[in-house]
Design a protein around this ligand. Sequence first.
Ligand SMILES: O=c1ccn([C@@H]2O[C@H](COP(=O)(O)OP(=O)(O)O[C@H]3O[C@H](CO)[C@@H](O)[C@H](O)[C@H]3O)[C@@H](O)[C@H]2O)c(=O)[nH]1
Ligand SMILES: O=C(O)[C@H](O)COP(=O)(O)O
Length: 324
Amino acid sequence: MREETTRWLTARTWTHADWTVPELLRAKSELGSRISVVIPARDEEATVGDVVAGIRRELIDAADADHGAALVDELVVIDSHSRDQTAEVARAAGAQVHAVGAIRPDLGEHPGKGEALWKSLFVTTGDLLVFVDADLRLWGPHFVTGLLGPLLAESSVQLVKGFYDRVLDHGDGEPSVEGGRVTELVARPVLDLWWPELAGVIQPLAGEWAARRPLMESIEVPTGYGVEIAALIDTHAAHGLEAIGQVDLGARAHEHQKDHDLAVMAAELLAVARSRCDEDPGVRGGALHQFTRETGWRERPVPLVQRPPAGPLRRALPTSEEAR
Ligand SMILES: O=c1ccn([C@@H]2O[C@H](COP(=O)(O)OP(=O)(O)O[C@H]3O[C@H](CO)[C@@H](O)[C@H](O)[C@H]3O)[C@@H](O)[C@H]2O)c(=O)[nH]1
Ligand SMILES: O=C(O)[C@H](O)COP(=O)(O)O
């Protein structure tokens, strides 16, 4: 791993337990910050209610009752063309719900998660934005507090990614922590080879992340699943590694998509990455850095040598002297 990445890992990796709610409330009040939690949701009636209710209970109601102020000022669900009862369930659990198509219709409409996050910028008022997926099965309000910690503690941090064990559970056997298939098979290899400074970001696609509003309002947002990798690459390009942090949030389980659907996501990520290369950048990193809690970081060389076409070499056989 590059030296600057190793230094970044030490300086910019935290755990959610580094901050308590009272500490965050104090920092928030000193800074005069306003916090919006945004949950993009498409057909998530089975899980969105639990996510909204958990954040509302712990970070709005309990924080207010126990410490005299809510940590989260706005809890917003962006309903991304759901065909089920997502909007109703989210509203009943205590979220403000906006149909994505009803937000600034003059700006047109696209399907996708990135579109939901981009449109959320027009209906929220927080200077700190926390994004949380709606399909979580294993999670907790510490996802939100953990992501807020670095933004409230370090003025140079602009974007914070969550990382966690990725529980893979298809319901047909023992769950493993080998989830995050697109993360491991596409996103991390792409970053390691072409943006090696970002090789220390353990979950570049984490749907749980936080950012300052000026950053979010300054970057281009792909309308689909490319939103996370684009935000990471663009934040790094504009503000450097120091502006990025990551926080250990423990473990996360979510609804799994099928391989063929994840392949579309993978294609979106590749297109976004390609669009961020002005010209062929050449491979910049030669190894893949993989992280597991059990083994820590492991460096895997990526075989990158290419042999020239063999035809001309076969035709020009070496002299017996050269062959020796
Ligand atoms: O058109 C869409 C598609 C998804 N979602 C919501 O976005 C969240 C994440 O979508 P999901 O389909 O669960 O994505 P994952 O398969 O979990 O993909 C991972 O990788 C993606 C690509 O980086 C990230 O956007 C995700 O947050 C991350 O969990 C969920 O709340 C969805 O309901 C929308 O709002 N609109
Ligand atoms: O982050 C990812 O790679 C995708 O969300 C797929 O995750 P899964 O393999 O755990 O379903």
